[in-house]
Write a protein of this length. Structure first.
Length: 451
C-alpha cells in the first residue's frame, strides 16, 4: 500500500508551504531519510525527508506551487509504476460536511520525523473559551513524548476537533480560533469537521519535521485580556517587534510562575528558541535588570557574578604567549570597549579610561580594535566609559557618581563581580543591560573576545 507524502507543518501557525524544488524524480527509488523536496515558508527553507523506502510516484504539486498543510503532494509506492489511489471523498460528501467557522486554524503538529498521528491526551480549554496565543491548548502524545500545544492565536475557541484519546493525523485541523466570541461553539470528534484548508486528510506522512513555535502569518486578533508586558513581576512573555517569542511551553509556564520575562533573553542577544535550561540565565538577567535610583539624577546600577577561573587561565595563556604578564586593567578596558560598542552600536572612536587604586590610570583609544598586546595609550579626551579594576583591593562596591558609565570589577570569594553604574542620560535600560551581560560573558570566557 502506498504511503502518502504530505505538506508538513513547519510551524504552529503555518497554513501552506511552497515547493521550491523536487530532489527526486517520478519513479526514482528513495530510502528512509533521503531528501525528497525543498519546502519554503515565510520563515525558512528546509528539506523534507522520506519516512519510508520505496519509489516516488504520483507527484501532485510542481516546483513553485503553494500547497496547503496536510495536502498530499506525492506517494511512496512499492513499485515505480504504481497507480495513484482514488480520492477518498466525493464532492457530494465534502459538500455535506458541516461548514467550519471562519477563523485561524490550529493543526496537529509534527513532533518527530516519522510521526503519522498525535493522540489527544486532554484538552486544556473548552469550546467558547477565550485564549491567548501563548496559552497551552491541549496535551498531545506520540510514541516518543507528551507535550503541550499552544493556541497560536489570540481569540475565542469556536471549534475543537478530536475528543480525548482520539488520534489525529499530522497536519489536520484540531481547533479554530475566531476574533469574535462564537454564538455556537462546538466540540467534534475526529472526522466530523470539514477540512478548513481544503486539503485532504493526512493518513501517512513521509516528511514530518519537528514542530516549532513560530511567528504566525498575517494579522492576529487584538490581544484583548493579555497582561501588559510592563506589568511588574507577572511573568508576561513580551512579544518581539516582528512577532511572537519562541520558547517551549514548559519554559513559558515556569517563567510565568517565577515572575520572569523571557524577553530579557531576547534583549541580551541569546538565541531562540528558549528552553527550561535557559531559565537560570534568565533569572540572572532579571536580578541585574536596571533600576533607576534618585540620587542627584536617575542612574542604572547592575551587577553580574562570574567565576574567576576563565580570566586567570586567559592571563596565564597570554603570559606564555607574550613572554610577560598582561596589564589586567588594559585587558579589561578592551573587554569594556567591545561591550559598550555592542550595546550602543557605536561605529566611531571610543575612549576608555582605566583605573586601579594605587596604580597609574590611563586613557585608551579603541582598545577593542587592537590586539591585546598592542593597545596604545591615547593623549587626551573625554572617556565614553571608565573601567575600574578593584580586584586587588578590599573594596566590594563602588559608586562615585561619575558622569559617564563605569564598569567595576571586584572579587567575591573565588569569583568576580562585574558592576555597571551609569547615568540614565548616557545609556538606556536595554543598552545598559546588554553592555553588562556581554562584559560579564567576556570575563567568564575571555577567548570569545578574540573571535
Amino acid at each position: 500500500m502506498p504511503h502518502e507524502v504530505i505538506m508538513p507543518a513547519l510551524g504552529m501557525a503555518q497554513d501552506s508551504g511552497v515547493i521550491v524544488s523536487w530532489l527526486k524524480s517520478e519513479g526514482e527509488a528513495v530510502k528512509t531519510g533521503e531528501a525528497l523536496m525543498e519546502v519554503e515558508t515565510d520563515k525558512a527553507t528546509m528539506e523534507v525527508e522520506a519516512a519510508f523506502d520505496g519509489f516516488l510516484t504520483g507527484i501532485r504539486a510542481a516546483a513553485g506551487q503553494s500547497v496547503p498543510v496536510g495536502d498530499v503532494v506525492a506517494l511512496i509506492s512499492e513499485t515505480a509504476d504504481a497507480p495513484p489511489p482514488a480520492p477518498k471523498d466525493t464532492p457530494e460528501e465534502e459538500a455535506a460536511a458541516p461548514a467550519p467557522p471562519k477563523g485561524k486554524t490550529v493543526i496537529m503538529p509534527a513532533l518527530g520525523m516519522a510521526q503519522d498521528t498525535g493522540t489527544i491526551v486532554a484538552w486544556l480549554k473548552a469550546p467558547g473559551d477565550r485564549v491567548r496565543a501563548d496559552e497551552p491548548l491541549l496535551e498531545v502524545e506520540t510514541d516518543k513524548a507528551t507535550m503541550e500545544v499552544e493556541a497560536g492565536h489570540d481569540g475565542w475557541l469556536a471549534e475543537l476537533r478530536g475528543k480525548d484519546g482520539e488520534a489525529v493525523p499530522v497536519g489536520e485541523v484540531i481547533a479554530i480560533v475566531t476574533a469574535e466570541e462564537p454564538a455556537s461553539p462546538r466540540h467534534l470528534s475526529v472526522g466530523e469537521g470539514a477540512p478548513a484548508s481544503g486539503g485532504a486528510a493526512v493518513r501517512s506522512s513521509g516528511a514530518e519535521v519537528e514542530a516549532r513555535d513560530e511567528t504566525p502569518r498575517g494579522e492576529e486578533p487584538a490581544a484583548q485580556g493579555r497582561p501588559s508586558p510592563s506589568a511588574p513581576r507577572d511573568g508576561t512573555v513580551s512579544p518581539m517587534p516582528e512577532g511572537r517569542l519562541l520558547a517551549s511551553p514548559k519554559a513559558k509556564r515556569l517563567a510565568r510562575d517565577r515572575g520572569l520575562d523571557l524577553s530579557l533573553l531576547v534583549k541580551a542577544g541569546h538565541p531562540q528558541p528558549y528552553h527550561v535550561a535557559d531559565l537560570d540565565e534568565l533569572q540572572r538577567l532579571a536580578e541585574a535588570r536596571p533600576t533607576p535610583v534618585a540620587d542627584g539624577g536617575a542612574r542604572y546600577r547592575l551587577t553580574a557574578r562570574v567565576p574567576s577561573s576563565g580570566l586567570a587561565d586567559f592571563e596565564t595563556w597570554m603570559t606564555d604567549s607574550l613572554g610577560s604578564a598582561p596589564d589586567r586593567p588594559v585587558v579589561l578596558a578592551a573587554f569594556a570597549a567591545a561591550s559598550l560598542r555592542l550595546a550602543t552600536g557605536e561605529a566611531g572612536a571610543l575612549l576608555i579610561r582605566h583605573e586601579r587604586p594605587l596604580a597609574a590610570s590611563g586613557l585608551l583609544a579603541d582598545p577593542d580594535l587592537s590586539p591585546l598586546g598592542e593597545i596604545a595609550a591615547a593623549d587626551d579626551g573625554a572617556p565614553a566609559l571608565i573601567l575600574r579594576d578593584l580586584t586587588a583591593s578590599r573594596i566590594e562596591t563602588a559608586s562615585l557618581g561619575d558622569a559617564v558609565p563605569v564598569l567595576t570589577v571586584t572579587r567575591e570569594g573565588e569569583g568576580l563581580v562585574a558592576a555597571l553604574d551609569a547615568p540614565a542620560s548616557t545609556l538606556d535600560g536595554d543598552a545598559a543591560l546588554l553592555c553588562l551581560d556581554d562584559f560579564a560573558g567576556r570575563l567568564a570566557d575571555p577567548l570569545r573576545h578574540l573571535l
